[in-house]
Design a protein around this ligand. Structure first.
Ligand SMILES: *Cc1c(COP(=O)(O)O)cnc(C)c1O
Length: 446
């Protein structure tokens, strides 16, 4: 079941304008068939993808610095992952694990229990998406503690279902006119070193004081946080912030839930971003990077918490689908075999060095931050105001797209360029992609 076609060369090729004529024709069909609510940042239609290169319908080869939002960490169509998917598809595709189980599901749970931080006994369950993982984490935390309040943070992103919309901070586009929202969710300030200038301890004290005054410690089922905020702008909390929050949780009988949907699976140079602060969350949610693009997500937590749920209390028709599980197992093995945590750190060095240099030359580069292959530049207007410059981020993304480089923007203010290359990206391809980005930032941000 190996792919006998010639591999896609890991280089950029501009064959037509991007998007080219075939993509434009497909885009017209898209407009006529697909809900306008489903947007496309760059309507170049992809026909094949390998490694860090996307081949579009017009024969253009794009350098992918976004990995489908931190999903294809092992690169597109990694041969070992594709082979595992194909083999499982021939064995069987579905039984529903709640009807008749299969080994692949428990093997993924074993990997999650083993790889996530915390030396205590754990249990896992599998679902289909990051939002579904977060929903289940909240359900389980409420049931296990007998409490209702969930604490979330400014700039948080946890998904687009009804419950996770309520957990997510930003109104437009995620929440606008989609309410009413789920109750018993309370938002407190996040540690955002570039904008608040607080130490981790100070930022934690600020958040904790609000929790205690506005919610009451004994009502809190869980504090839910992304150890590095993703859609919020790759915000890395000041050192000590996460530790202080975990300590507060354990002192007050609340659970600490780390949403590692974006930051997990070698993305930050550790299996999980929580490890940088040596915290062991009570529950961890995972998705994006886990299976190189197959839809699967996990909830992993302390055994006594995960086992508090009555049989049948959680689950779903497709959760932990065998093909997705086979992809996850193959992906995790690639991460181990190719030592992708070490590769993420090499990428961090390349990205931060280049972007920091850009920051010295240009006033629009307000902040360069992140860990591993999860690095961002926050763009601001000239002067000391730190006023976000979303228009500049948008223009840079568009200019890179025209040049065949896919780079994503993000952030509460829409003013952050984020880099999420595959951990397997070849260094010369990364450099070429960054040349294009750098040129765009220098031209548009001068
Ligand atoms: C993407 C994301 C989600 C939602 O995942 P979906 O698979 O899109 O539902 C939740 N939390 C975080 C931190 C994310 O980055």
């Amino acid at each position: 079941m190996a792919d006998t076609r010639s591999p896609i060369e890991q280089r950029r090729i501009l064959n037509t304008a991007i998007p080219g004529p075939r993509s434009l024709a497909l885009n017209a069909r898209r407009t006529a068939a697909v809900s306008a609510g489903v947007s496309a940042q760059l309507p170049a239609f992809i026909e094949r993808a390998q490694g860090s290169v996307l081949l579009d319908a017009d024969g253009n080869q794009l350098i992918d610095l976004g990995s489908g939002i931190a999903v294809t960490g092992v690169g597109h169509s990694h041969p070992k992952v594709s082979a595992a998917i194909a083999a499982q598809a021939y064995d069987f595709v579905h039984t529903c694990v709640m009807v008749t189980p299969y080994e692949e599901y428990l093997a993924v749970c074993e990997e999650l229990n083993h790889l996530t931080p915390g030396s205590f006994e754990k249990r896992s369950m599998l679902v289909n998406s990051g939002a579904e993982a977060v929903e289940n984490a909240v359900k389980i935390a409420r049931l296990a503690t007998g409490r209702q309040a969930i604490i979330v943070f400014e700039n948080a992103y946890h998904g687009r279902t009804n419950l996770t919309m309520a957990l997510t901070a930003k109104n437009n586009p995620y929440k606008d006119h989609f309410g009413p929202f789920a109750p018993e969710i309370y938002r407190v300030p996040m540690s955002y070193p570039y904008r608040d200038g607080l130490s981790g301890a100070e930022a934690a004290a600020r958040a904790i004081s609000q929790i205690e005054i506005l919610v009451g410690a004994s009502n809190v089922a869980a504090v839910l946080i992304e150890p590095i905020q993703g859609e919020g702008g790759f915000i890395v909390p000041a050192e000590g912030f996460l530790t202080a929050m975990t300590t507060w949780c354990s002192d007050h009988g609340a659970l600490f839930i780390a949403d590692e949907v974006q930051s997990g699976f070698c993305r930050t140079g550790q299996w999980f971003a929580s490890e940088h602060e040596e915290i062991a969350p009570d529950i961890i949610t995972t998705a994006k990077g886990i299976a190189a693009g197959m839809p699967i997500a996990g909830v992993t937590g302390r055994a006594e918490i995960m086992n508090a749920v009555h049989p049948g209390g959680v689950g779903g028709t497709y959760g932990g689908n065998p093909v997705a599980c086979a992809a996850a197992l193959a992906t995790i093995n690639v991460m181990r075999d190719e030592n992708l945590n070490a590769k993420a750190l090499v990428i961090e060095e390349v990205l931060t060095t280049r972007l920091a240099k850009l920051g010295i030359d240009l006033e629009c580069v307000g902040d360069v931050r992140g860990r591993g292959a999860m690095v961002a530049v926050e763009l601001v207007k000239p002067g000391d105001s730190k006023e976000p410059d979303a228009a500049l981020a948008k223009a840079i993304v568009a200019s890179c797209a025209e040049q065949g480089v896919v780079v994503l923007s993000t952030g509460t203010f829409g003013n952050v360029l984020r880099f999420l290359p595959a951990l397997t990206i070849e260094e010369n391809l990364l450099s070429e992609g960054l040349d294009v980005v750098e040129e765009a930032v220098r031209t548009l941000g001068a």
